[in-house]
Design a protein around this ligand. Structure first.
Ligand SMILES: [Zn+2]
Length: 481
């Protein structure tokens, strides 16, 4: 069977030559010109879909039929109809050809021959192309799995066992009874999460690892909708936020795929808990903003845990703010280390003075460098090294193509020479970066910093960790860069 694929996005609807009927007509004419059987042509039409994304109903159907070996030729008006970006055009062209199907464009402006595509690939698309291909395939498979009501991957959850056959959760009666009890306690007895944790501990009830329930575990049980029968998938995705860091980011609600699972509590119970939690959050004193100079940068030298910032309003109306070692803090499974909590105003001042003294002493030699600068330098080196290995991979690919006869010796030589130049440039910049002296601290800005914002900016820029031991007087402070 031959296939005709047509697409028009809403905004292009009116443009002459791009209308669906024009596309269908010219595709049929082209098929006849190629000597293809036109009476058995199937039409796949995406009317009003952007070419930016590969998720389109007719395209999905076409790809399914291609995989089911129903199609021998695909005719498309031009590559833009397949996709708006080059990577996805290459991906689809590659997919179609790998399934022994021929792809034809009416306009002929795109060279579908191996040489033509090779040309595009060499011009920097190789890595993006491969990545997109793998990602698209996995995502497509995963979405289909989720839509069929199956979980994408095996995960553990308190209250459930894993049902490997159906790829879903099955209720673990013993644990489900505990989940039930947590909801009951929270709803009917109006106890706090901490009181529930203490109660569970008294009853010797532990989590799946045999450890006592932490406050955050109980909070998660009370707020996770799966306990009311809906497990959400595709609600988050990972985004690269820097060269080496990834962050989980929420997707828009309409992209979420619900997977129905056996509920442990009723929807009514779940919603009531949510109401109470929202109400408590609104009233919480934690919503007041305080100025903690060292928040996220203080560490306990006794146990190595971070110190977290806290505040409380006294009955007199006075606000107290302090830092406290996280061992034995809100997490009941840990024993306190003995480092007492400390007023935030006091320690912020002490540490700032300590920092001033250190920097003053080093002023002459200018030994201190901004660690962030140093990190960004290592980051830069890593980026360059990655680029370098990409280019080396590219060189191997070109040689392989040449050996397989896909590239003429003239073209291969041209590409290899260009790569050689790029590699030389990279190796030069690497040598330059590694031998660079450390950057000096901006002393003027440092000593001029008076306001909270100015000082906090410096603390954040430094990124140093301040380890404190407050068990003796005077307290000990050490800095880890
Ligand atoms: Zn500690």
């Amino acid at each position: 069977m031959n296939a005709i694929y047509c697409r028009v996005s809403t905004e292009l609807q009116a443009e002459i030559g791009y209308s669906i009927s024009d596309q269908i007509r010219t595709c049929h004419e082209h098929a006849a010109k190629l000597g293809l059987e036109t009476s058995s042509c199937s039409e796949y039409i995406d009317d009003g879909y952007s070419g930016e994304y590969l998720e389109r109903p007719a395209l999905d159907r076409l790809r399914d039929d291609l995989h089911n070996k129903k199609i021998t030729n695909v005719i498309v008006y031009d590559p833009d109809r397949l996709s708006r970006n080059l990577t996805n055009q290459l991906l689809l062209a590659d997919e179609i050809e790998k399934l022994n199907t021929k792809l034809y464009f009416v306009t002929g402006s795109y060279d579908a021959s191996p040489e033509g595509r090779l040309f595009f690939s060499i011009r920097g698309a190789i890595s993006a192309f491969e990545k997109a291909k793998i990602r698209e395939r996995t995502l497509r498979g995963k979405r289909a799995k989720a839509r069929s009501g199956k979980m994408i991957q095996k995960t553990r959850a308190y209250g459930y066992d894993w049902d490997d056959v159906n790829s879903t959760y099955s209720i673990n009666q013993t644990e489900a009874a505990v989940v039930h009890m947590i909801y009951e306690l929270y709803l009917s007895k109006k106890v706090t999460i901490k009181e529930i944790a203490i109660f569970l501990r008294q009853q010797n009830i532990t989590n799946q690892q045999g450890k006592p329930f932490t406050l955050s575990m109980i909070y998660r049980i009370l707020t996770d909708e799966k306990y009311a029968g809906t497990k959400w998938s595709f609600n988050k995705y990972e985004k690269k936020i820097s060269q080496y860091k990834r962050k989980r980011i929420a997707r828009p609600k309409e992209d979420w795929i619900p997977i129905p699972i056996s509920p442990i509590v009723t929807i009514d119970q779940f919603q009531k808990v949510r109401q109470i939690l929202t109400e408590n959050k609104r009233k919480s004193p934690r919503n007041t903003k305080h100025e903690y100079l060292l928040r996220n940068f203080l560490k306990c030298s006794v146990c190595g845990y971070s110190l977290s910032a806290h505040s409380k309003k006294h009955s007199s109306g006075k606000e107290y703010t302090w830092y406290k070692c996280n061992s034995g803090g809100s997490d009941l499974s840990l024993a306190p280390c003995g480092n007492p909590s400390i007023s935030s105003l006091e320690i912020d001042e002490i540490v700032w003075k300590h920092l001033c003294a250190i920097i003053k002493n080093n002023k002459q030699q200018c030994l201190i460098s901004f660690p962030n600068e140093a990190t960004s330098k290592t980051d830069k080196i890593k980026v360059i090294q990655n680029h370098q290995s990409e280019l080396k991979k590219k060189r191997t690919t070109i040689l392989r193509w040449f050996n397989e006869g896909m590239l003429t010796s003239k073209d291969a030589e041209k590409e290899l020479n260009r790569l050689k130049e790029d590699l030389q440039r990279i190796s030069d910049s690497l040598t330059k970066l590694s031998s660079n002296p450390t950057t000096q601290i901006d002393l003027e800005a440092f000593f001029a910093a008076r306001s909270f914002i100015e000082r906090r900016t410096i603390i954040e820029k430094l990124g140093w960790k301040f380890y404190i031991d407050h068990r003796m007087i005077p307290m000990k402070i050490s800095i880890k860069i």
